[in-house]
Design a protein around this ligand. Structure first.
Ligand SMILES: Nc1ncnc2c1ncn2[C@@H]1O[C@H](COP(=O)(O)OP(=O)(O)OP(=O)(O)O)[C@@H](O)[C@H]1O
Ligand SMILES: [Mg+2]
Length: 266
């Protein structure tokens, strides 16, 4: 059996809790309930699942889902080698056999005919049929599926099937409140309090532009990036341009509005 040591998280990943999400996840994990982490980009979903895997002492196998992903990419396939054809477990099968948390990141990117392979694992059967191998794998008692989902970015064509959605409990995520977000920026980028607080104010201003041209305001991730540039000696106004204004929009008016907000906050 493949050794999952590489998937174990040895050191506590820093995660600042913003509500009851740690307790909720633990409650769901008690019955190995499938969990959906729902929230905008860069708000801490991936960090949270890493933290929870560490806390629960489970290996974490992450799969970044994409449009061209097939069921075989998840489940496994026969590959040709010197001895002939040999079966190779995919990441999902590995997690199922050995009791890892399987994190399917950006699940809506996968085609629906790929996503359905998790159906038998996310209801009370907890089995994974490997059709090509004529084998049915019973999930390890500690196995759990976690998926992430950015609400609002989906088109009708790109959404989860109702029968997929309804297998999951959802924990909502959002950007942390100001004091919490400043603490994160300080911890993640080694920023001083003043810089962190200024960046958090800028973040809040940018989020007010959501729906008024901006698809989404600046994420916590962007604020951390801006702080890292500041820590490397870039003046804060320029750091904000590079880490946040230029990536987030190509629209001149919106860039002006953001630049004005930055000037008012630093
Ligand atoms: N609550 C938090 N505690 C600690 N760090 C956080 C928290 N929220 C955000 N961060 C910081 O923001 C960065 C981005 O978070 P993360 O990668 O978890 O976002 P995400 O929600 O998974 O985004 P995406 O949907 O784009 O994958 C992290 O690398 C970390 O630096
Ligand atoms: Mg993520």
């Amino acid at each position: 059996m493949t050794n999952l040591d590489a998937y174990r998280i040895a050191k506590e990943p820093f995660y600042r809790s913003v509500g009851g999400e740690v307790g909720l996840f633990e409650a769901a994990y008690r019955s190995r309930m499938p969990v959906m982490l729902k929230g905008p980009t860069g708000c801490g979903k991936t960090r949270f699942v890493e933290h929870m895997a560490w806390r629960l002492g489970r290996p974490l196998i992450t799969v970044s889902c994409h449009e061209d992903m097939t069921a075989s990419d998840l489940v496994g396939r026969y590959l040709l080698d010197a001895e002939g054809t040999v079966w190779h477990d995919g990441p999902l099968t590995l997690a199922v056999r050995q009791g890892a948390i399987c994190y399917l990141d950006e699940i809506v990117e996968a085609r629906q005919d790929t996503t359905v392979v998790i159906h038998s694992l996310t209801d009370d059967r907890r089995i994974l049929p490997l059709e090509k191998k004529n084998e049915v794998v019973k999930a390890h008692p500690d196995f759990q599926v976690v998926i992430s989902y950015n609400p609002g970015y989906q088109s009708v064509l790109k959404d989860l099937k109702e029968s997929t959605k309804q297998r999951f409990a959802a924990i909502p995520f959002d950007y942390p409140e100001a004091a919490g977000e400043a603490e994160i920026v300080m911890r993640e980028a080694g920023a001083d309090k003043r810089t962190a607080e200024a960046l958090v104010r800028i973040g809040a201003r940018s989020r007010n532009l959501k729906g008024r041209g901006l698809e989404e305001g600046a994420s916590t991730r962007m604020l951390v990036n801006a702080a890292l540039l500041v820590a490397a000696g870039v003046p804060i106004a320029e750091a904000c341009q590079v880490a946040l204004v230029i990536p987030i929009t190509d629209d001149d008016d919106l860039r002006d509005a953001l630049t004005g907000a930055i000037a008012a906050c630093v």
